[in-house]
Ligand binder design. Structure first.
Ligand code: WTA
Length: 659
């Protein structure tokens, strides 16, 4: 385990409670939290049964709660049937929510579109009917490669309505990544757009789909449905490609939701691991939706008149749970934003909060840190210039938030009146796991505080023994929970190996290092594996290395993370070329070429910040690359470790020059 995990906690400030929020919170005060937590701990099955009956609408009620007969392949509510889209839309139709705004969509150029629950339901039904008319059925898989748009939510919900399992691919991923995912899930349908608009630029999407589908292994794809976003030029394959507006034209505005088993895979979402290709994390229908809905009420303390805004992209799990499913199941009004926080100016978020009277704002530390920089260099972009008094709760997700950024967020965005909700969770956990409750938990900057009811989190050593307070260890979840990952699509062995190693007594291994303080608060110390977190995006070092070595010039590559004040981590690549060490200009040119190559292989987010060349990589005598040393070199620090076990100590000097 890296030494960072054992670092001493120095942060001692405590914030809250926040009376304004606590007074009428859904979970008000620590006693209420503790009571709910204890109820779940005493009788987990009874607790989840009660929640599932109270909060979901079932077509066929379940009789079993947890089936652990094939652990770790847990099943929840396994003989029940429901439909996720009906639980997000139809349930509201005969209530006042029907005419409430579901989504306030703000486009890149500022144009605002509102859609009510009733209208959203009709749109979802029309698309579902269109898809049905093409012959698609429950059990098939669809790739969704769409920009942030109402159409993205409609597409996800339409799939859910028909029992079609979707896999959303983030619009920033390359055609190569798209191809891999298409093949892995055996997609029969792709839903995309002509282009996406971000920061004033149009970026082609359909073109990437065409490239992906031109490659072998994608013969299963019968149709590509295209949402016309920009009107930009696209190539067309007759018989395969259909405009979304043509397909939905004249379709009925009602469509019976298909009841599916509680365990039916709602979606597969790819995420990086420490080895191999990205893993297709498979989520269930009932257990997942239940917790998506509950965490809206618990973590965000959602009320009828809230205006909720999660700034994540629907291509990530945060956009699944806290845009496409949770807010809709809860009947919330939410803001959805097409663009980027810095366009046209770095005040865009603050302007939008003011314009739409946002009450709950949920974003990533990277965004906060870059907006701090912008605000401090130009007063016009400072949140103090805007009326942010509508805010009640502000949240953070995706990476550790450093105490300085936390306090700035609390002071300048929350105006010291809003609790900062630092939510720890993962693609695999499906929903929030360890997080403060706004009306209950005293806050400590940099700590995600305490587990939600029903979450049995602990910090353990290599043998699964809990470590004492103040000691670092592995973050584990000791008991299964309803929204948990069900398997890795097509690779159950990898699922078991990655998350339930035998020495950990059947606990779920999160892959994060953590420690608890004397009050039981959790402090996440970062990944314990070879997964990087760049701007809140997960990246496997192996993926970037594979991309690099597939370039004809590259013989060998090792990739590590270096701490970065804005993006959390930055990718540093150490490269051995199949030719002599480049000098000066030439080194720059090759570095540029390699960065672009990685951008095309994976996506721009994976481009190395720095490339360093060596005639070799530092290796032990048994040939193992010493990544620990590379991390030190990447940070520009002097090597203090003993390097006598290295095969080739002189190489470290060479590698310290960056391009
Ligand atoms: C990290 C995003 C510290 C962590 C929802 C985890 C965090 C990985 C936090 C999951 C947080 C997420 N504090 N670290 N509040 N939230 N992480 O799958 O390393 O994209 O394992 O899910 O992000 O990233 P993923």
């Amino acid at each position: 385990m890296s030494s960072a995990i054992d670092s001493v906690l120095t942060e001692t400030r405590v914030f809250g409670p926040f009376e304004r929020v606590a007074n009428n919170a859904n979970i008000s005060g620590m006693d209420a939290y503790q009571a709910l937590y204890d109820e779940a701990a005493r009788d987990p099955n009874g607790f989840w049964e009660r929640m599932a009956r109270e909060h979901l609408v079932w077509d066929k009620p379940f009789t079993t709660v947890l089936d652990d007969s094939d652990a770790p392949f847990y099943k929840w509510f396994a003989d029940g049937e429901l439909n996720v889209s009906a639980n997000c839309l139809d349930r509201h139709l005969n209530t006042p929510v029907a005419n409430k705004t579901a989504i306030i969509f703000e486009a890149d150029d500022g144009e605002v579109t509102r859609i009510t629950y009733k209208e959203l339901h009709a749109r979802v039904c029309q698309l579902a009917n269109g898809i049905k008319s093409l012959g698609y059925q429950a059990g098939e898989r669809a790739i969704i490669y769409l920009p942030m748009s109402i159409e993205a939510v409609v597409a996800m919900q339409a799939c859910a309505r028909l029992g079609i399992t979707h896999s959303v691919v983030f619009g920033g991923f390359s055609s190569k990544s798209l191809h891999e995912r298409c093949v892995d899930i055996g997609a029969s349908l792709v839903i995309t757009a002509d282009e996406q608009k971000r920061g004033g630029r149009a970026i082609p999407l359909k073109k990437a789909v065409d490239e992906a589908l031109a490659q072998a292994g994608t013969e299963s794809v019968k149709n590509v449905i295209v949402y016309r976003r920009s009107g930009g030029d696209v190539e067309w394959k007759d018989g395969r490609d259909l405009w979304m507006h043509d397909l939905v034209e004249g379709q009925a505005t009602s469509c019976d939701p298909v009841p599916v088993n509680a365990e039916h895979p709602l979606y597969i979402l790819y995420t990086s691991g420490s080895t191999g290709k990205p893993k297709g994390v498979q989520h269930s229908s009932a257990g997942y939706l239940l917790s998506a809905l509950l965490t809206m009420k618990w973590t965000f303390d959602l009320k009828d008149d809230d205006i909720f805004w999660c700034t994540a992209d629907v291509g990530w799990v945060t956009g699944h749970t806290y845009i496409a499913y949770g807010p809709l199941a809860a009947g919330a009004t939410q803001i959805m934003f097409e663009g980027v926080p810095t366009y046209p100016t770095p005040a865009r978020f603050w302007e939008m909060i003011q314009r739409h009277q946002c009450t709950i704002f949920y974003t990533a530390p990277t965004a906060i840190r870059s907006l701090i920089k912008a605000a401090e260099s130009n007063d016009e972009h400072h949140p103090k210039k805007f009326d942010l008094t509508s805010l009640r709760i502000i949240g953070s997700v995706g990476e550790p938030i450093n105490p300085e950024a936390w306090v700035w967020y609390h002071t300048h965005v929350g105006r010291e009146r809003c609790p900062v909700i630092d939510t720890w969770w993962q693609t695999e956990t499906g929903v929030h796991m360890i997080t403060p409750l706004p009306g209950a938990t005293p806050l400590k900057p940099g700590s995600c505080t305490l587990p939600l009811p029903g979450v049995d989190a602990a910090v353990v050593d290599e043998s699964g023994q809990e470590v004492p307070a103040g000691k670092g260890g592995f973050l584990v979840i000791k008991r299964p929970w309803p929204a948990m990952i069900r398997t890795i699509w097509g690779d159950p062995e990898r699922f078991k190996k990655s998350y339930f190693p035998p020495e950990l007594k059947g606990y779920y291994l999160a892959g994060d290092g953590a420690q608890r303080d004397a009050e039981g608060y959790f402090w996440i110390m970062g990944r314990i594996d070879d997964v990087l977190n760049v701007s809140g995006h997960r990246l496997g070092t192996m993926e970037v290395e594979s991309a690099l070595v597939s370039h004809p010039l590259v013989a060998e590559a090792a990739v590590v993370g270096r701490p970065d004040a804005t993006t959390g981590e930055a990718v540093v690549a150490f490269v051995v070329l199949k030719r002599p060490l480049p000098q000066g200009e030439e080194g720059q040119t090759i570095a540029r070429e390699l960065r672009d190559w990685v951008g095309r292989e994976i996506g721009p987010i994976a481009k190395p910040r720095e490339i360093r060349y060596g005639e070799n990589l530092p290796k032990t005598r048994s040939g193992k690359i010493m990544r620990r040393l590379l991390r030190v070199v990447a940070q520009g620090e002097n090597i203090t470790q003993d390097v006598s076990t290295l095969e080739n100590p002189a190489i470290l000097e060479q590698l310290s020059q960056a391009y």
